[in-house]
Write a protein that binds this ligand. Sequence first.
Ligand code: TGC
Ligand code: FAD
Length: 389
Amino acid sequence: MTTTSLDYYAMEELLTEEERAARDRARQFVQEEAMREIVPCHRAGKFPEHLIPRMGALGFYAPYLKEHGYTGLSHTAYGLIMQELERADSGLRSLASVQGALTIQAIHSFGSPEQHARWLPGLVSGERVGCFALTEHGHGSDPGGMETRATRDGDYYILNGSKCWIGNASIADVKVVWAKDDDGRVGGFVVEKDAPGFRAQDIEGKFSLRMSRTSECWFENCRIPVENRLPTTSGLAAPLSCLSHARAGIAWGVIGAAIDCYETALAYAKARKQFDRPIAGFQLVQEKLVWMVQEITKAQLLALRLTRMMEAGGAIPAQISLAKRNNAWMALECARKARDILGAAGITDRYSVIRHLMNLETVYTYEGTHDIHTLIVGRDITGLDAFGG
Ligand code: TGC
Ligand code: FAD
């Protein structure tokens, strides 16, 4: 297995053997099993669902855990897996983020031993699909304003409200739904498949993350047993702590998409001739390619330092925000420059670039928009809250 071909500052030397092996396992899966599915599934707007248990069997969802069949790989190894999945398509990485960093993480962190035994084996193996429902129609960047309510009624909670833009909600067997309880505190409630009063509908017409299934859902007197409440969730910090894991994975993942755009643009620029010479020989084209190498290299170093701090137990949420903010922006800019270098050829899915470009528009927005991460870091460095309200 070769190392990542864009490794301008010899990052390979900073990885352990276990981390390289995890990355190579993910790359092999992408090359041998996933890649052939991507363009047809992207065109059809559907996810290759047979890959969900396969990714579970390969241990891709939450490999940094030390239980539930995982051996406690480093956060860096997890990031490298996300990088390889997103090199293929952000939708593949997104599936892993939702299943692992969000759903498994929420149940692992806040669930009882009985809840672990009930839900985690199926989610870890990928035989059961999970989702994480935080965003609402009226509350995206400010989840604290959520209107979904979980009202206690004897041995049950009754959920009323709606969620929007939820990955896999229409097919999920295990839905972690965030709602306010009778005391107005945010709690996590597990809604299982076929729960009465639950309804979901997939969002049509997406031009971005077309491979992902993204749904709206409604809770109309949806009755769930009290033992489906995740007992130690009380307040917004619980879902936000899961987002920290997913955002770190994204900071790594988008590097894969950026590298794929760069490599595609470099190969194209060397082969494509205009004015009797390869366009790679023009200064303006070289400037774009060098910009990509420079920004990808900086993003790699930022992501590595972030996950090394997480491994030492020392990354604060604002540091995770800075990495998500920078790296998603960097990847989107790389995709735009690569699309430009490919000229007209860059607008078809014969090349991966336009697909990455469209996908990265979502990545720039979800898990906290670019500007929300600006305000999170701004609040950290100034001590002043600029969110409004
Ligand atoms: P704020 O007062 O800042 O925080 C409320 C409580 O939470 C704590 N906290 C965190 N804890 C752990 N990890 C973090 N990252 C945390 N951030 C904040 C905080 O200390 C506080 O604790 P406590 O004990 O004092 O109550 O809350 P706020 O209402 O001012 O909101 C702040 C804001 C804007 C930063 C936050 O709400 C935010 O991050 N908004 C963006 C929303 C977002 O990212 N949604 C993502 C939805 S999931 C998704 O997009 C999945 S995409 C699929 C895929 O990944 O592929
Ligand atoms: P808004 O919050 O309405 O923001 C719109 C614009 O206003 C943005 O530019 C934003 O930066 C800006 N803005 C908002 N507040 C401020 C402020 N205070 N100061 C300055 N500017 C501000 N959510 C889930 O819970 N689970 C999922 O699985 C999930 N999957 C998703 C999959 C896809 C494909 C997409 C597109 C989204 C997904 N989301 C999911 C939702 C995602 O997290 C939200 O879209 C995101 O948090 C932004 O919310 P919003 O779209 O409502 O935008």
